[in-house]
Design a binder for this molecule. Structure first.
Ligand SMILES: *Cc1c(COP(=O)(O)O)cnc(C)c1O
Ligand code: SF4
Length: 396
């Protein structure tokens, strides 16, 4: 009933950089050194639309432009509507600020006891360990600080962050994010994870990273060993469109998975990128094939200059309805809004309840048909029915 997407290839290869020796291409440092960061470089490879040109010229005031050669190859240079292109090539909409948009859309600054440490939920902290990423997503929630285009001058002190966690026994879950934590050197990560693991009340350590997607070359055997050594380390990656599911990403997720890292995915719902049921379905199926469990689908935060990428809230709810019951339960992410001002993540679900009467709940299933279930367990007699066997009889 649903077409599977085996007809499309899982892109892999050096594309525009076919002349570069394979050892260089596979070296994550080479990928970082050869990122596209200037409009002149972009225009060597592709024709920008006037809207993109204007966006690129504005980018240095908002969030730097950077795209790894690996990820740039995933862009359809002939198609201005390419869903990969929209994520990393700026558009003029970034300079237009609507009244409900904010620099700090989810209110992180109000809950930072130490620079870089967000303590919003009682039992867990978000530990921002860098302001750098391999490439920059034009809709980044932390545009205010990431890439330093707005002169935020983010200088997290790992020691102060660790000290805060050590002295707060209620913190059982630490989420490393940024920027991208996997841009730290192996030594730094080894040290940081070792220090966290040594804190007795820290039960759960996870990393939020888009490195497997932007720079899969970074997922080296040595890095996987660090995760194995300090495990279990969980990881949330960030894939938005099936075209990002390449052979390289699959190799990276397998390597992480075989090192004992359970993988989830966080997507942001973006207009013209992943807001159609068939695209989202293809994405979540590919994620499962890569050993990645879809975790959250985010309504795009009210970040300044993001109106051109945001969708109606109802669309996200309808998309979830298009998945539930129609595909594997494991494939379905939780749709959430990170509440503006610092309320945390609020789940939004399609409504399957038609009515709750005095005695029963009337439900709609995934096909729209009506089903009923009694609200209370039915009354049972307290006397065992006489014909039942007693325990003694059973033993005989
Ligand atoms: C998202 C987030 C977390 C983690 O939330 P989970 O629902 O546990 O994944 C923790 N702290 C902050 C500030 C967050 O934004
Ligand atoms: S990878 Fe994450 S932190 Fe970096 S720009 Fe993208 S959304 Fe922002």
């Amino acid at each position: 009933m649903y077409p599977q997407d085996h007809h499309t290839t899982w892109f892999s290869g050096q594309g525009l950089w076919a002349h570069v020796p394979a050892e260089k291409w596979q070296d994550w440092r080479w990928q970082l050194q050869n990122r596209i960061t200037r409009i002149e470089q972009l225009e060597e490879y592709m024709e920008l639309t006037p809207d993109e040109r204007a966006g690129c010229l504005f980018a240095s005031h908002k969030l730097a432009l950077a795209i790894t050669p690996y990820f740039f190859n995933l862009i359809d240079r002939e198609n201005p509507d390419c869903p990969v292109r929209k994520q990393v090539i700026p558009r003029s909409g970034e300079s237009r600020i609507s009244p409900d948009e904010l620099l700090d859309p989810v209110g992180e600054e109000n809950t930072m006891p130490v620079e870089g440490l967000v303590h919003r939920y009682p039992d867990r902290v978000l530990f921002l360990v860098t302001d750098r990423c391999a490439s920059y997503c034009r809709y980044c929630t932390r545009s205010r600080l990431v890439s330093n285009a707005q002169d935020y001058n983010f200088h997290p002190s790992y020691e102060k962050g660790l000290e805060y966690i050590r002295s707060h026994p209620e913190i059982r879950d630490v989420l490393l994010s940024g920027g991208d934590p996997l841009l730290l050197s192996d030594n730094r990560l080894d040290h940081l994870l070792g220090e966290l693991r040594a804190i007795p009340h820290v039960e759960f350590i996870r990393i939020g990273s888009r490195i497997p997607v932007f720079l899969p070359q970074r997922i080296t055997p040595a890095l996987a060993d660090i995760f194995r050594k300090h495990g279990p380390i969980w990881m949330s990656i960030h894939v938005n469109h099936p075209n990002e599911c390449t052979q390289e990403l699959r190799q990276a997720t397998e390597r992480l998975s075989f090192a004992g890292v359970p993988l989830g995915n966080q997507s942001v719902l973006l207009k013209g990128v992943n807001d159609r049921p068939e695209i989202l379905r293809s994405l979540v199926h590919r994620l499962l094939m890569m050993r990645v469990r879809p975790y959250y689908l985010y309504q795009c935060d009210l970040i300044t200059g993001s109106a051109h990428l945001r969708t109606d809230v109802q669309k996200g709810i309808d998309l979830i309805r298009s998945l539930r019951g129609h595909t594997t339960g494991y494939a379905i992410p939780q749709f959430v809004i990170d509440a503006p001002g610092g309320g945390g993540k609020v789940p939004l679900n399609p409504d399957y309840i038609k009515e709750i009467t005095d005695s029963e709940i009337v439900m709609r299933n995934f096909e729209g048909e009506t089903y009923r279930y009694p609200l209370q367990p039915s009354q049972v007699s307290s006397e065992p029915a006489p014909e039942w066997a007693t325990p003694e009889q059973i033993l005989l």
